[in-house]
Write a protein that binds this ligand. Sequence first.
Ligand SMILES: Nc1nc2c(c(=O)[nH]1)N[C@H]1C(S)=C(S)[C@@H](COP(=O)(O)OP(=O)(O)OC[C@H]3O[C@@H](n4cnc5c(=O)[nH]c(N)nc54)[C@H](O)[C@@H]3O)O[C@H]1N2
Ligand SMILES: Nc1nc2c(c(=O)[nH]1)N[C@H]1C(S)=C(S)[C@@H](COP(=O)(O)OP(=O)(O)OC[C@H]3O[C@@H](n4cnc5c(=O)[nH]c(N)nc54)[C@H](O)[C@@H]3O)O[C@H]1N2
Ligand code: SF4
Ligand SMILES: [Mo]
Length: 758
Amino acid sequence: MAVSDDLDGVAGYMQQAREQAMENVEHVAEGVAAESIPEGKLFEIAQSVGDRRLEELNVADTTCGYCAVGCRFDLYSDGEEILAARPTAEEDAPVNGISTCVKGKFGYDFINSDDRLTTPLVRDETGAFREASWDEALTRVAEGLGAIRDEHGGEALSLIASSKATNEENYLMGKFARQVLGTNSVDNCNRLCHSSTVAGLAQTYGYGAASISTDDLETADCILLTGSNTTEAHPVLATRIKQNVRDGADLLVFDPREVQIAEYATQYSRVNPGYDAVWINAVTRHIVNNDLHDEEFVAERTTGFEEVKESVQEFGPDRVEEVTGVPHEEVVSAAETIAAADRCVFGWTLGLTEHSHGTENVIAMANLAAVTGNLGKPGTGVSPFRGQNNVQGGGGDMGPLPDNFPGYQDVADDEVRAKFEDAWDCDISGEYGYYTTQMFLEADKGTIRGMYIIGENSALSEPGVNHAEEVLENLEFLVVQDLFVTETAKFADVVLPASSFVEKTGTFTNTDRTVQMVKQVMPPKGDSRPDWKILQDLANRMGYEWDYEDTAEVMAEVNSLTPLYGGVSHERIEAEGGLQWPCWDEDHPGTTRLYADEFNTENGKANLQGIGYSEPAETPDEEYPFTLTTGRVLYQYHTGTMTHREEGIMQYTPSDFIEINPETATNYGIESGDMVTVESRRGAVTVPAQVTDRIGPDSVFVPIHFAESAVNRLTDEEHLDPQAATPEYKVSAVRISPAEGEPEPVGAADTEAGTGDD
Ligand SMILES: Nc1nc2c(c(=O)[nH]1)N[C@H]1C(S)=C(S)[C@@H](COP(=O)(O)OP(=O)(O)OC[C@H]3O[C@@H](n4cnc5c(=O)[nH]c(N)nc54)[C@H](O)[C@@H]3O)O[C@H]1N2
Ligand SMILES: Nc1nc2c(c(=O)[nH]1)N[C@H]1C(S)=C(S)[C@@H](COP(=O)(O)OP(=O)(O)OC[C@H]3O[C@@H](n4cnc5c(=O)[nH]c(N)nc54)[C@H](O)[C@@H]3O)O[C@H]1N2
Ligand code: SF4
Ligand SMILES: [Mo]
C-alpha cells in the first residue's frame, strides 16, 4: 500500500509500546495505557501519518471483544492487520473514556495468527481433517444435524451459543435452535458464570442484571466487593473504583485471596471459599438488629422484611467466624460502614456465583442492598460485573436460553410462545430445554445425540472435562464454529471458520446494559464468515427462508419481538451513542439506573426472601485436605485461544500455576517454581508453585488458562446450582504433592505486580 512506510511508523510504535509494556511488569492493565502509551502520544503518531494517508486507512469506532466492561476505542487497520487502538470521542466511550487495558490496546495478534481457521474442515475417510468448500461443509452439517432431527426429534440436538458473538448473531442462534433444529436446548457460557446472579436478582427485583450505571462506581461513598478480582478481570472498572477510593469512598473487600484491589480497601476480610451467604446474612443481621436499616425504603418498596429479619438470626458471631473465618468485629465494621454510607454499591463476580448454591449467595446480597435502601438512586445499586464481552446481551437478553426467548420472555408462557411461533413460523415446545452442563450429562444417557457449538471451548471450560471430552468424542454429530481448531473442535465432524469482532458489524451489550456498536474494520480473514451469515446459509439449506441483508435488519426483528430492546436500533445507537435497556420504543431514552421508581415485579416491590446457606458439594477431608478455587489472571483470557497467540503475553504468563500459602509450602517442602501435582477425586494436573500469602493456608488457587494443565480435570460437573445450574468451579477438595520435573518460571502474579497502579 502507498502508505506502508508511515504505516510501519504506526505499527512500529505499537510494537515498541508492546515490548515496553511486556518488559515493565509494573506497567500493566490501566498502568500500560496511562504510562506506556500516553494518549497524546498515540494521537501524535496517528497525526504524523498525515491526514491524507489516514484517510487511506480503515478506522472504526468499535467496542472491545474481550470482557464485558465494554470499552470503546477507534481501531485502525490497513485492511490486513490491526495497527492501533486509539481513544475514540470521549462522549462515545461512556465506560472507559480514554483508558483501556492491555487486552483492548494490544490483544490483536490472534486475528492474523498462522493457525487462524480460514477454510471449513471436514473429516476424510481416515478420520483426519481436510479442507473443504463452504458448500461441501454446510451440506454435511445440514445432513448431519438434519438426520438426527428427523430420526430422533429436535430434542436430541443442542446448541451452545457464543457470548463472544454479537447480539444479532445470538438472536439468530436462538432462532436457529428453535425454528430449524426444533430444540429448546440452547444455552451459552452465562450458565458457567453469572446465571445464579440472573436467577437471584430476577426473583427478588425483577431484572437479572446490574441495576447501576458504571458512573455510580464513582459516586458511591461505599463499595462492597466480593468474589471479584477486579484489577485483573475488569481492569477499567477497577481504575474507576480506585479513583473513588482516593476521593474518600470506603471499599470493603471480602475474598479468600488478598487480590490486588484489597490493597486499596478500607477493610479486607479473608473468607473461606463456599460460605458467602453466611457472612452476608451476618452483616444484614447486625444492621437489622441495631435498627440501622432504611425503614422508609423497606416499608414502601419491599416485601418480606420480617422473614429476612427472622432468617438472619441464626448467623450469630461465633458461628460466622467458625464457618467463614471472618471475625465478628469485621462483620460489625462492614455493617456499620454500609449503614453509615448515603450511597452504597454492591459489586460481585464469580466468587459469589460459581457455586452449587450461588443463587442463595446472590439472594442474601439482594436482601442486604434492599434493607439498606441502596437501590434506584445515584451512587447505589447492585453490580454483578459480567464476564464475556457480550454475555449480558448475547448470553441473556437475546434469549439463546433453554427457558427464555429474547428479553427474558418465558418459553412456558403460552401467549409468549404463540408470538414467537407466529413470527418464526414454526412449532415450539413449552418444555424447557437443557442447560449447558446438563447437555453433557444428558448426552451420556443418549438424550442428546448431536451438538452445534459456536464460539465456546467446552473441552476446557466445562467442569469435569475428562467427562466432557468423552461426551464430545461419542456424539453422533458435532459441529464447531470458531476462529481456531480449538480443543473442542478437535472432536468435531465439521469445523466452520467464523470471523472475529473486528471483521463484522453488529452490537454488544456491556455489563451496565449499554448496547454499543461493533464495527467491521477488516475484511473476514481468509474464507471465514461472520456467524450470522453462516447461520443464514444453514437455515436456508435446512428448509427455511432467511433473507437478512445485514445485522441492522436482524436488530429490527429483535426490536419487534423484544420489549426491552423495542427502541434499540443501529440507527439510534449511531446517532445517540450506546443505549441502556430497558428502552421500550424509539422515543424512549433508555434506562440509566434500574428501579428508580419501582421494581420489575408484579407488585412493583423488591420481594425479599429469608435465605439460609448450603454447604459446598465437596468439603475438604483427610484424603483431600485443601479447598481448590480457580480463576483468571490479567494477561490471559479463558482457554487462551486469543491470548496465547500474543508473544508478549506468553513471555509474561507462560503457564498456569498454583498459589500456595507459605505455611503450607513449608509443610510440604515446596518452593516457588517447584512442580506440584494437584489431585481431586476426578483427575490431576501438574503446575509450578507460586508461594504467596495472597491465599490462606487451607486453600489453593489455580488459573484456568492452559490446556496442558486444564484445571477443569479437577472440578465437578455433577453438583449444579438447583435454580441456575451453575457449576461449582470455586470449590473442589484437592490434595497436593511435590512432582518430578525441573522448576519452571511461574506466571504473572508471582511478581506481585498484579495490575499496577495508574
Ligand atoms: N484477564 C481476564 N479478564 C477477564 C476474563 C479472563 O479470562 N481474563 N474473563 C471474563 C469473564 S467471562 C468473567 S466471568 C470475569 C470473571 O471475573 P472474576 O470473577 O473477578 O474472575 P475470577 O478470577 O474467576 O475471580 C473470582 C474471584 O473470586 C474469589 N473467590 C474464589 N472463591 C470464592 C468464594 O467462595 N467466595 C468469594 N467471596 N470469593 C471467592 C477469587 O479469589 C477471585 O478474586 O472476568 C472477565 N474478565
Ligand atoms: N475452573 C473454571 N472453569 C471455568 C471458569 C472458572 O472460573 N473456573 N469460568 C467459566 C466462565 S465464567 C466462562 S465465561 C467460561 C469461558 O469459557 P469459553 O467461553 O469456552 O472460553 P473462551 O476461551 O473465551 O472461548 C470462546 C471461544 O470463542 C471463539 N471466538 C471468539 N470470537 C468469536 C466469534 O466472533 N465467533 C465465533 N464463532 N467464535 C469466536 C474463541 O476463539 C474461543 O474458542 O469458562 C468457564 N469455566
Ligand atoms: S477492560 Fe475489558 S473491555 Fe476494557 S479494554 Fe480491557 S478487556 Fe477490553
Ligand atoms: Mo464468564
